[in-house]
Every structure is written in C-alpha cells, then in structure tokens.
Design a protein around this ligand. Structure first.
Ligand code: GLU
Length: 451
C-alpha cells in the first residue's frame, strides 16, 4: 500500500479534467452558498473532503447539493433547574444529514463549545461511515452545549431528560437512533431510553444504542470503537507486511476509544510509547505498561503522575518518533502546522475529523498513509447497528458473535476502500468517501424527488 498524491495541489473542487468528465469550468463546490445556520470551520472541512470525492466521481451538481446540506435539523433552548436552585438555559441540537438510506443514526455529544455546524459536519461523516460499513442508516449527530465535567449527576440527568423530550418529534426506533459520543456514555443512553419510553407509554429499547447491557444494550458495544480501530490497524499491517510486536504506537486520547485501542494493541504485543488525555501526555520509549496505566487512571482519573513514564506536552506527543499515530481525541489535531513534522508512517484515525484537508495533502506528499475516520472508527456504529437489530429482534447475541461480525464487516469495508483507492488512483480518505457517496447517491437517485 502506498500513499497516492492528492492531486496537483489545487484547492478542493478546482481539479482539472478527471476521468468521468468533470471539467474545471463547472461550478466549484466551495462557491455553492451554504446555509449560514450550519456553516462553520468543521462543516467547511467536511464539505472540502466531500468535494474532492465528488469531483473524482464527477457527481452531478443536483446530487451534490442534496447530499451537502443537512436534510433536517432541530435546535432547542430549554431550561434546567440546577442543584443550587438556579434555572439555566441550555442549547441542544440534532442534525439528520440524509433520510435517503433509512433511519438516521449517530451520537450525542456534550461539550461546552458544541455548535450547529459541528453537529452538521459530524452528521455528514456519519452518513459516509454508515454507507461504507453497509448499514441501513443515514447520518445524524446532536448533543447539548454544556460542560459535563462541571455538572452533577442530577444536573446531567435533568439536562438529558429534558433534551430527550425536546427531541421527541424527530427521534424514534425507525426514525433517528442516538448513541454515545464525546461527553456521554451508557448512563445518558439509559436516561434517554427511559424518558422516550415514559413518553410513549411502553419500553422502546431500539430508540437508542450504547445502552447498558441490563437494559438491552449489546455486549461488546463499549469497546467496539477502540477494537474496530485495532481491526483496521491489523488489516493495514497485513497489507503492508508489518508486524505488531515490532511496531511503536502513539495514541492521542485515553477515553473510550484511545484507552481500548491502547489496551488491545498492548495485548497483541505492540509497544505503545505514548498516550495522552486532556491534561497532557506520558511517554516511555520502551513501551508503556498499558494495564498499569489503566489501573492508574481508574484510581487517579488523569494520566498525570503515572510512574515509569516521562510527562510530555500534549501537542508535542503527536510528533514523537513512532510507526503508527492513532489520533483518538478531538477533531483538527493534525494540521498544516504539525503535519510536516510527524514522524509516523501510518495514521489511523480513531477520532472524527482529526486531520484537516491541508494536512491530508502534506501527509500524502510525504508518503504517510492515512486510514480515515469513516473507516477506522466505524466499529462503534457497526456494533450500534447490531444492538439495534437485537433490540428489534428481542434476541441477544453472544460476545463472540458480536466480535466476529464486527471483524468481518470492518474487513470488508477496508478491502472496499483499498480497491476503490486503486481503481480511482486516490488516497484512502477520498476512496472511502467516494465508495460511500456512490452508494448514497444511487439511493437518492432511485428514490427520486417527491412530489
Ligand atoms: N458516536 C459514534 C460515532 O461517531 C457512534 C455513533 C453510533 O453508534 O450511532 O461513530
């Protein structure tokens, strides 16, 4: 597997004639006016990635417009009584990117800087992720602008229940199915499930995934995203002829994705030389004892102070010497500023949107291979789909079945991306999006336009 140069360095959408007939004279995607409401730097980034794949596919303008703009969105402001007795107004969002593929699917994010544009970008990425994985869903994303780390459990419960009530007109087991994302977990999904069920008068487990197993969640959902990242790494290693025990990894982020990926890599004999959390990074060139790091975090909450490691600046850790970098924290971490200095040979994206388009170009020029987010972190939504199927079937699968189906589904998505990359002569991100967009645009065209 080799990195394929992005193009002649032109801006996205500006590419000259391409196989399939797109010419430089056609409208540039960047120029299409976007609804002000959801326009934001992250949404622009998702559009740029889309534009490049759409150019390669010579996608008709009519389909582009339909796939670019979020199909349905809800923004709400709602009051919540805090523990102090004070009433605070919170803003919540839910963006459904396309309704062409079936119900919509995607997580709920609780973050102090959450905005409409961020949800719109993440919803679009969910569409490509679901399509690439062959799931019968369009993408969605939502959440509440709040800082979950400063709120009590009671306050978070009241926020979640009220937000769920606000979402009642647009969610449902065959309409839109939320799941955990940054700042939310099984606990919030249990509250969501209960509030929805109370409002309709009976239990509806298929309205949300990532629920506790005791409430009809599936075994294996908690670890699915991190494990899926490792399955992607195994697929890439097989193709590259690399060996896990001989390779060094840097994992940015030690949440649900990064910690599981680090644990699974360590269990397979790989050396995880650095990990980080919001306070900073710790590194050990001989490899960190990840089970000991996990025990430390269970007790101290942060990585800070872990013995047998050196503290490293959170940004500098991305530039440490390693074979594989796994960004599993936030978006826009690999940019044009640090991409020239990265010392890894492979980037496997555990987070959504960690690499900017400018950084993508630099990495491609430098021969650094990227396994993109929509492929590498799709394990979470794939197992969410398994959970939704089980909730509908009222029948639970065994852990081994969940894991083996996840492995098979991720492997076939990986193979599809690599085959598309070869066919179209593009790097993996564009190949993944091209493959996903082809499927969604076909469905959109078949459903045609009503009335
Ligand atoms: N929030 C996860 C993601 O970004 C999972 C979404 C889901 O399971 O629906 O992929």
């Amino acid at each position: 597997m080799t990195a394929t140069a992005l193009d002649d360095g032109s801006a996205p959408g500006q590419a000259a004639a391409r196989p399939g007939g797109m010419t430089a004279g056609q409208p540039r995607f960047d120029d299409v006016p976007l609804g002000e409401e959801w326009h934001s730097p992250l949404y622009a980034m998702a559009c740029r990635q889309f534009a490049r794949a759409a150019d390669v596919l010579a996608l008709e303008d009519e389909v582009r417009t339909r796939l670019l703009e979020p199909r349905r969105s809800l923004v709400c402001n709602f009051p919540v009584r805090m523990d102090s007795g004070e009433v605070v107004n919170y803003t919540g969002y839910r963006v459904q990117h396309t309704l062409a593929m079936g119900p919509t699917k995607g997580g709920l994010r609780y973050a102090p800087d959450l905005g409409f544009g961020e949800c719109a970008a993440l919803a679009m990425w969910m569409t490509w992720k679901c399509s690439l994985a062959g799931l019968p869903f369009g993408g969605a994303k939502g959440g509440v602008r709040c800082d979950p780390y400063t709120l009590s459990a009671g306050e978070l419960e009241r926020i979640t229940r009220r937000y769920t009530a606000e979402l009642l007109p647009v969610v449902g087991p065959d309409m839109d199915i939320p799941a955990p994302d940054m700042g939310t977990s099984e606990r919030e999904m249990a509250w969501f499930y209960d509030t929805y069920s109370q409002s309709v008068g009976y239990s509806v487990p298929a309205v949300v995934t990532g629920k506790p197993v005791a409430l009809g969640g599936t075994v294996g959902r908690h670890d699915a995203t991190g494990l899926g990242v490792v399955f992607s790494i195994e697929s890439a290693f097989e193709e590259l002829g690399w060996s896990l025990p001989e390779s060094r990894f840097v994992v940015q982020g030690f949440g649900n994705v990064g910690s599981v990926a680090a644990r699974e890599l360590h269990a397979r004999g790989a050396k995880v030389v650095a990990v980080s959390d919001i306070r900073g990074a710790i590194a050990n060139p001989h490899g960190l004892d990840i089970p000991a790091v996990l025990r430390w975090v269970a007790e101290h909450y942060y990585l800070e102070g872990f013995p047998d490691a050196e503290p490293v600046d959170g940004e500098a850790m991305l530039e440490l010497d390693c074979d594989v970098l796994v960004p599993a924290a936030r978006e826009e971490q690999i940019t044009e500023h640090n991409a020239p200095r990265l010392r890894c040979k492979l980037v496997v994206e555990g987070a959504n949107g960690p690499t900017t388009p400018a950084a993508d170009r630099i990495l491609a020029e430098r021969g650094v291979v990227v396994v993109p987010d929509v492929l590498a972190n799709s394990g979470g939504v794939i197992v969410s789909y398994f959970e939704w199927v089980q909730s509908h079937q009222k029948y639970s699968w065994q852990a081994l079945e969940v894991q083996e189906r996840l492995r098979t589904q991720m492997r076939s998505a990986y193979d599809r991306v690599r085959a598309t990359a070869t066919d179209l002569g593009v790097e993996n991100r564009t190949a993944a999006l091209a493959s996903a967009i082809t499927h969604v645009s076909e469905a959109s065209k078949l459903r045609a336009i009503y009335p």
